[in-house]
Design a protein around this ligand. Sequence first.
Ligand code: ADP
Ligand code: MG
Length: 556
Amino acid sequence: TQERQEFAFQAEIKQLLHLLSHSLYQSRDIALRELISNASDALDKMRFVALTDESQREAGPLEIVIEPRAAENQLVIRDSGVGMTRDELVTNLGTIAHSGSGEFLKNLSSESKDKADLSLIGQFGVGFYSAFMIADKVEVRTRSYREEKGWEWESEGTGRFTVEPVEGPLPRGAEIVLHLKDDAKDFATPERIKEIVKRYSSFVPHPIKLGPGDEVINDQKPIWVEPKRQVTDEQYQRFYQHLSHHGDEKPLWHLHVSVDSPIQFHAVLFCPPTNLERFGFPRLEHGVSLCAKRVLVQNDCRELLPDYLRFLFGLVDSEDLPLNVSRETLQDNSVIRRIRASLLKSVFDRLDQLAKDQPEVFQTFVDQFGVLIKEGAIVDPINRERLSKLIRFASSHNTDATLNVSLDDYLARAPEGQKRIYFLGGPDLAAIKKNPNLEIFRKRNLEVLYLIEPIDEFVMNALGTHAGKLLTSIDSDDLELPEAAADAESDKPKEADEKKAEAGFARVLELFRQAIGDRVREVRESHRLTDSPCCLVNSDGGFTMQMQRILKMANK
Ligand code: ADP
Ligand code: MG
């Protein structure tokens, strides 16, 4: 393994490279952003190693140097991070495709290859390959902090790459040399580099120097320790882009908290404007960055927020955490647990506030992430009550399928004395509206929540009641309606009428029973219909129609 060796890229990576190098992609700035982000990650790891490993204490300066070589048409990105061993080079840069890359590819080739799609590349663990958007040849020279020997990786972004040992000494870290494409020469100018760094990398927590003069071109100011008032929208936006790798996107909302007791911590959280899970992307796996005394301890910490808030990006920094918290002990760490509880409360407060003060933004949030809040209401009994105030449904109160009615809105409009909250599920709004069970509700002008999202039924089951009112599917057979004002409107006919009707109806019921047989439990006379001759209802304690449909689908 000491000789030069040639490897084939893993199939998906090969495909991705083809797409990247052939796309007439306008905003190729992300290539530099991704390489800087990798350098920054390597420096984070080195800083951590230096703080926790005695033998690595003399780590030297941790920095990134970007050096344009205009004469040679080259751009060099160098860092003094952890570097890579030979095996790491082979697996990280070529033979192992990360889980998301297939999905990313699928999305790229089906969509119109516009910039919003491509700019997500960093999220899918394949950011390095964006180098081939601006280069037709890439060399990586690297030495791991664990080794004396350095290695060189080289590829032209077609099917193959080579790895060979480097003769002589090599500084620790990595050096990426981009041989720029003819139409990407401008990347080797200081102005262009400064502009990109300013836009995308101003929050890299290590100095970024412009070589060869070594002018520092980023400001590395941790905005999360600043007082909120002093942070501008633009700074928040850039920090969001730094954390999310989401190109030029603006976050939908953000939250900035500084807490002193019982645990000290600063946190900034961001909500993206779209929920990728809705578009067929795999389950979101990123977490929140965890820092102890400003040092990044873990990039994707999932212990800081419940799983249903997995769409939030952000950073938490605490003075009360030791640097050597390991992934394994995070879960049992009492500091983490307390930060989590406090952070969660802040998220709920922020959402309540949003619903009140910026209803349009909140509606966008509901349309994108409402389903995850509903997931929370199902899986998190401790916070169910708070979550139940944030969930929204479609309703007979609306003309369209907008999910904008809260359980509290419903109750505020309900006539006095109504003891239940009524709902009806169905595959979509049109189907629900045709359900004859609604007739009596229309006639009596009683609101019914329309459960148009598959998860809605599960939410209703989990909640059971709201503000002491039973949540009731209107296709259940023991449907109880509020007392009506006028007798004529009553659901419960007077005794004399009842007897007369029963006698006349006995034959009808008999015919129905013969025709349908044992496919139903019972055929009964009903007073809930006004226009339709009959309707289906659920026997006591049974699943609602829609739930039965969902379960049938799940069992297929
Ligand atoms: P990601 O950064 O999401 O893991 P990338 O495609 O950007 O995906 O990088 C793949 C891997 O290559 C990184 O996880 C890291 O292990 C390694 N790598 C890339 N650049 C460097 C670097 N400058 N120093 C050390 N390792 C690096
Ligand atoms: Mg990366």
